[in-house]
Design a binder for this molecule. Structure first.
Ligand code: OOG
Ligand code: MG
Length: 262
């Protein structure tokens, strides 16, 4: 850690206010270039605590920057983790008020719900496959609080990995009935195909992303409790949306997820 508690609290408030007021801000490493990974995750944790104190719930966990498409898009090369909130949840087919976001983008993801606890270090794809209750499709809405979505890894970790919302689909699948690695996705915006991909884009297999999450959390003394909803990371690059846009993602074996921004 290089930052003291006062500065961690100040930066958490700065970033959370940017979210709540829908206001893009300058990235925090401009002012604190020497901050480290622990500082970044401590700011994220403080934001989580602020939300819990306000009565919000943590609805699950997320991995980010797990695919080559995303790393290339954002110019970074290490996966990151964050949390998702109760108020960010939208049902399939939702009409989503775009004024709640700064400059939202959507990404196609595969999500899982666990039935047993996962704990690193040493968590691997086998432990994860045994712990998955079911697999379901999910589209994440990301909305960096930083101007022009421009950030470095420490800034984006502190900003809870741009987490803003998620739309879950209704079709669930037991893990033994799906090969998440080869599951194909087609994302359409206003009827036109804008991104295509397969589960393997997520560090080879979406379940490996969950193992990586358990191992990353263990470095901070945390684990993944049974019953956790986990978004494994964007398969495709993120797609910018505007008012009036219809998004439809077709998943092989997992049905479709759609939403409309108004
Ligand atoms: C960071 C969040 C990335 C994913 O699935 O890769 C993410 C960002 O690109 O703003 O959620
Ligand atoms: Mg994501």
């Amino acid at each position: 850690m290089t930052l003291n508690e006062n500065i961690i609290n100040k930066l958490a408030e700065y970033l959370e206010n940017a979210e709540l007021e829908c206001n893009a801000v300058v990235k925090i490493t401009d002012e604190y270039p020497d901050m480290d990974w622990d500082d970044a995750y401590a700011i994220q944790k403080t934001i989580r605590q602020r939300k819990l104190n306000r009565g919000n719930k943590v609805a699950g966990l997320k991995m980010g920057l797990t695919s080559f498409a995303k790393m290339k898009q954002m110019g970074v090369e290490t996966p990151i983790s964050g949390f998702i909130t109760d108020y960010g949840s939208y049902p399939d087919g939702a009409e989503i008020d775009i004024s709640k976001f700064i400059h939202p983008k959507v990404e196609a993801e595969i999500a899982v719900v666990t039935k047993t606890r996962l704990k690193g270090p040493g968590c691997h794809i086998g432990s994860v496959m045994a712990a998955i209750d079911f697999v379901l499709p999910a589209v994440e809405i990301i909305d960096s609080r930083y101007e022009n979505f421009r950030f470095d890894l420490k800034s984006v970790i502190a900003d809870n990995t741009s987490s803003a919302g998620y739309v879950t689909g209704g079709k669930i699948c037991p893990p033994e009935d799906i090969n998440m690695r080869s599951t194909g996705v087609v994302m359409e915006k206003n009827g036109q195909v804008v991104e295509v991909g397969a589960g393997a884009a997520v560090i080879g297999h979406p379940a490996s992303s969950v193992a990586m999450l358990a191992n990353m959390l263990s470095e901070r003394g945390e684990d993944i409790p049974a019953g956790t909803f986990i978004m494994t990371g964007g398969i495709t690059a993120a797609v910018t949306v505007e008012a009036g846009d219809n998004i439809m993602v077709r998943y092989q074996d997992l049905g479709t997820v759609s939403m409309r921004f108004v």
